[in-house]
Design a protein around this ligand. Structure first.
Ligand code: HAM
Length: 412
């Protein structure tokens, strides 16, 4: 017997309705902010991610699902931002639309060690606003993330923010980290010893307890920010205060991807254990240019849907559709039954029947299991008279009506 691949998940119907709920709320909320949906492919040239996420990042080093095709290497997308920027440049969206607001919902792939809240195929609900460096946009994007969580009815979350500053500021931060960490080399894990050379910012994300202790002892501050970046960050904080959005400034928040510049944020939820980030994002003001487009300030975020599912209220109740269940007794009734179902569905009445040759008792039990509002019974007798029996499953009331009046009866 085949089993699903480790780190993947079957989303069965009972859970799928909860996914549909998150997706519907997202589409509605994004539309309130004038974001439009975009659906890029699931596979891209691997080099796109090497270039944008950074050669020394965990994802590029260890987590890409790669597909070799002759001389080319493709990757199943590990995230959405790089694809969206590629699509923005390739489709000249800057020329046709100028400033664009795009959202996406779909699967991402990372070859990670699976655990609760960490999968190899997981899903993002994300958005990217490309074409403006305005701090007002950072405020709107963080407010949007906050509003989405509220609309999802998720509680107990914390928005952590920081600013990495522009590229020269980031370089200053990297240099000061190198300086500060050199003396503590013996306490770092072997990987972080390497990272000190390749990418010291990644040391701040290391999950190793000894490294975390070293990082906690560092005096990381916003001292590396130039006056412009400091002013930008101050405006973002003031805007969030003005909108009464709670946040914590966390100078250690650097995010695991190289494309970030300026404002970065991460949203954690208190009940999720070690994989507690339900979403994250930030500015990437240089990425469009690095991938071959014109200079364009940009910012976005993505929520991990599986983690939203873990964080949301377990008692969310999705009301059943008001199903009408048709029971046919005998061959002629089966055919007439198909016509009735067709008519009901054309008139937007959700309905079903059984194709398992159940007895009347068995079919009634099935109708009950499906939480049907109404049962329609038709057999030889009814066909002869041109009638059908309707049973209201809530009141137990039963009556015989003309077949031609079914719709009228169902609707009242
Ligand atoms: P990220 O932090 O790598 O950012 O992923 C965003 C969210 O996806 C995480 O906060 C987490 O909830 C979820 N996530 C990540 N990896 C997994 C996994 N293996 N299993 C389950 N959930 C996971 C990005 O991907 C950026 N592209 C976000 C962004 C958009 N920045 C700017 N625009």
């Amino acid at each position: 017997m085949f089993k699903k691949v480790s780190g993947t998940k079957d989303i069965l119907p009972e859970e799928a309705v909860l996914w549909q709920r998150l997706e519907e709320i997202s589409r509605h909320t994004f539309s309130l902010y004038n974001f439009k949906e975009v659906r890029p492919p699931l596979i891209e040239e691997a080099a796109l991610f090497n270039r944008s996420l950074g050669e020394s990042t965990e994802i590029v080093q260890k987590q890409m699902f790669l597909v070799n095709n002759k001389d080319e290497i493709y990757a199943l997308r590990p995230e959405g931002t790089a694809s969206i920027v590629r699509a923005y440049i390739e489709n000249n969206l800057n020329k046709t639309n100028g400033f664009v607001k795009l959202y996406y919902i779909g699967p991402m792939f990372r070859l990670e060690r699976p655990q609760k809240g960490r999968l190899r195929q997981f899903h993002h609900i994300g958005c990217e606003a490309i074409g403006s460096p305005d701090p007002g946009l950072d405020i709107e994007i963080i407010a949007l993330a906050d509003n989405l969580l509220r609309n999802f009815s998720i509680e107990g979350y914390t928005i952590k923010i920081n600013s990495l500053g522009c590229q020269p500021d980031k370089k200053k931060l990297v240099d000061s980290l190198r300086q500060g960490l050199k003396a503590k080399l013996g306490k770092l894990c072997p990987e972080c010893v390497n990272r000190l050379e390749t990418n010291p910012l990644r040391i701040l994300d290391c999950k190793n307890d000894a490294c975390k202790e070293v990082v906690a002892g560092l005096n990381i501050s916003s001292a590396c920010l130039c006056p412009d970046c400091r002013e930008h960050f101050n405006k973002v904080k003031a805007g969030l205060d003005f909108l009464k959005i709670s946040y914590q400034v966390n100078p250690q928040l650097v995010r695991g991807l190289d494309y970030y510049t300026g404002t970065v944020f991460e949203i954690t939820q208190k009940d999720l254990g070690s994989q507690d980030a339900i979403g994250a994002g930030g500015r990437y003001n240089n990425l469009v240019q690095e991938l071959g487009g014109e200079q364009a300030g940009a910012i976005g975020f993505a929520f991990g849907v599986e983690r939203l599912m873990l964080a949301q209220d377990k008692n969310i109740n999705i009301p059943d559709k008001n199903l009408a269940y048709l029971i046919t007794l005998g061959e002629p009734a089966k055919l007439e039954g198909l016509r009735i179902l067709d008519e009901l569905r054309r008139n937007n009445v959700p309905c079903d029947t059984n194709y398992e040759d159940k007895s009347l008792k068995g079919a009634m039990r099935k109708a009950n299991d499906l939480n049907s509002r109404l049962v329609l019974i038709i057999g030889d007798n009814e066909i002869e008279k041109g009638t059908i029996t309707l049973k209201d499953m809530r009141s137990g009331e039963q009556k015989e009506v003309k077949i031609n009046d079914i719709l009228k009866e169902i609707r009242c």
